[in-house]
Design a protein around this ligand. Structure first.
Ligand code: SIN
Length: 195
C-alpha cells in the first residue's frame, strides 16, 4: 500500500452524510489540535497499544531519513488512553493530509475516561492506524534503538524528540502511564540530557 493515503481514505470512507464524527487521537493528535472541533474529551480504546513503529517522512523526518512516530498495534486486554474530538466531516480534509503518511481511518469503540453515568460511557469514533503493510512502516526495535533513532531525526514539523517529549508530558497531564512511551523517553533523556 502506498504511504500517501489521502485518496484511499476519501474513497474507502466517505463521511459527508454525517453531521459530526468523533476522532480519537493517541499520538500528536493528543497535544496538537490544529483543527476546529466542537468538543474535546479524554477517552480510551481497548485492545490496542501505542508503538513507535511507524516511519515519518513528512513531519518528524524526511523521505531520506524518516523519523519514528506512533501507530497502534492490536493487543488483546490492553487499554490506550488519548483525546477524542468531535469534528465536522469537512475537518478530515485537513486531518487526512496531516495523517497521510500511511495512516488509514477506522471506526472503533471509544470509552470516556470521565463517564460518571456508565450507560453513556462509549461511542464510536475514528482512529488513524498505520498497519504493517504500509510503505512507511518500520516495525519493532529495542527502546534504546528507537530512542537513538528519535534523537537524530527531524522534519518539517520539528525535532522527532519534541514529538516524544510532548506526548509523554500530555500523558502525564492526564495521569496516564504508558510503559512503552515512558521507557523510550527515559532512553532519550540518557542520550540528550539537555532535553
Ligand atoms: C494520532 O495522534 O492519533 C495519530 C498519530 C499521530 O499523528 O501522531
Amino acid at each position: 500500500m502506498s504511504h500517501n493515503t489521502i485518496a484511499l481514505n476519501k474513497q474507502r470512507q466517505p463521511l459527508d452524510h454525517l453531521e459530526s464524527v468523533w476522532l480519537f487521537g493517541y499520538g500528536s493528535l493528543i497535544y496538537k489540535a490544529d483543527f476546529p472541533y466542537l468538543q474535546r474529551k479524554p477517552a480510551c480504546i481497548y485492545n490496542w497499544q501505542r508503538r513507535f513503529w511507524q516511519g515519518s517522512h513528512d513531519h518528524r523526518g524526511t523521505p531520506q531519513a524518516p523519523g519514528r512516530v506512533l501507530t497502534l498495534i492490536e493487543a488483546p486486554g490492553e487499554r490506550c488512553a488519548g483525546m477524542a474530538y468531535q469534528v465536522t466531516p469537512d475537518t478530515f480534509e485537513h486531518l487526512d493530509h496531516r495523517e497521510k503518511n500511511g495512516y488509514l481511518r477506522v471506526f472503533t469503540d471509544l470509552h470516556w475516561l470521565d463517564a460518571p453515568d456508565q450507560s453513556d460511557a462509549n461511542t464510536s469514533g475514528l482512529v488513524y492506524l498505520a498497519s504493517a503493510d504500509n510503505e512507511a512502516y518500520l516495525g519493532p526495535a529495542s527502546d534504546e534503538a528507537i530512542a537513538t533513532h528519535i534523537a537524530r531525526s527531524a522534519g518539517p514539523s520539528g525535532p522527532n524528540s519534541e514529538y516524544l517529549l510532548k506526548l509523554a508530558q500530555a500523558l502525564r497531564d492526564m495521569n496516564e502511564h504508558d510503559a512503552h512511551v515512558f521507557a523510550i523517553e527515559r532512553e532519550l533523556l540518557k542520550l540528550t540530557p539537555e532535553c
